[in-house]
Design a binder for this molecule. Sequence first.
Ligand code: NAP
Length: 430
Amino acid sequence: MMEMSCAEHHNYAAASQFITLTVGRVLGALKLESTPINTTGYEALLGLVENTSSGDSFDLYYELFMHHENALEILERLGLAFDALKNQLFGYLHQFVGNQLFGNGNADKVAAPLQEDQNGTALVSSSTSKAMGWQNAAQPQDHKAQISDRFVDKSRLKIAIVGFGNFGQFLAKTMVRQGHLVLAYSRSDYPNVAQKLGVSYFSNAEDLFENRPEVVLICTSILSTEKVLRSLPLQRLKKNTLFVDVLSVKEFPRNLLLQNLPLDCDILCTHPMFGPESGKNGWNGLPFVYDKVRVGGDESRVSRCNKFLDIFAREGCKMVEMSCAEHDMHAAESQFITHTVGRVLGKLGLKSTAVDTNGYKTLLSLVETTAGDSFDLYYGLFLYNMNAMEQLKMLDMAFESLKKQLFRRLHGVIHNQIFEETPDKSQVMQ
Ligand code: NAP
């Protein structure tokens, strides 16, 4: 129960209600559908659509528009934020295509514009460009390999994380808590963060692989993965090491791993469908999608793969086995829409008020969930989603059509006032 003056209510609620209903109505026009692997963010969008477009009448929305003095400004700011995001995407795309046309067009160039605000040095050393055959393998272990000698508990895994950024660190926490031995390596240097998390950090991949991890977990950005994978000194690994990836798209890394890894090693493609924000209070009930792309038949290899999956099952994840193609069919669009809406709203600087509706809370939490993710991640979802351009166009059209609906009614009302109801027409015109 909250006692407040009507004026105060208007100050708090008008803008947030109008934004919430606008976003709900725009999304409603897209006819979003639930998938078997909804993220928390996407579930929230579906809920918002249900609350706003199916329950509330257009009259209610129109009344808010009419009675809120800043409604036009809000519509304009939403449009500008959407345009700014599209310009950012298209700017990157332009640079990418430019690199392909005028540069050498290889995968390194894909990531080039994305390194703008990164401080780290390049992960790839040019001398190790191609995966070498296993017959060259296994150098004698040096001092760092002592870790493997001490690691005898068979219920645990020795996991090497490649790409120790936001998500790599997030996953490492749980793996360490469960008692697994976690090693890491990344383009940037993270020895201090690693130490705090109980992870052994290596500043180069050679040293990391000298420790013969049982699992190599690829946690790099979608755009840099090809370059990183090609740079890894695979000859240092045990023969049938298990490679796992956690990229948010799945067909792309599946093909990449199949093409670049020797036949001896196992491949498990996964997508934990949550992140540091949505999974901060635990992973219980959150979807974890996996595809056993290639797992050798002998018992130890099957058990190693299952032990890895068990990390997520033990935390209560909803384990969904599904092919990479099926994953992309379900997830590419829903993820891209969710991140796009989160990023557009992020540009508006929305703030919590004393009287947030559930819908508005949804928007705020969506902004919070997506704000922590890198632009690289979003750009990867854009590039690797066949329908991304189409989806941007649909969002544009839905927004324009909602504005037209509002303005048409406004025009109708004023038209009536001028020609039918008001005696002093000059007043209305003003
Ligand atoms: P991200 O921006 O997608 O990836 C950051 C990671 O990629 C860092 O480890 C970074 O290394 C590395 N990286 C970026 N550019 C590189 C380059 N040119 N060369 C070498 N390494 C490069 O952010 P993220 O959130 O940490 O995601 C990591 C992976 O997990 C992505 O594939 C993403 O799709 C997937 N994923 C993320 C989430 C999430 O909620 N965040 C959820 C599910 C899956 P440095 O840090 O050393 O610079």
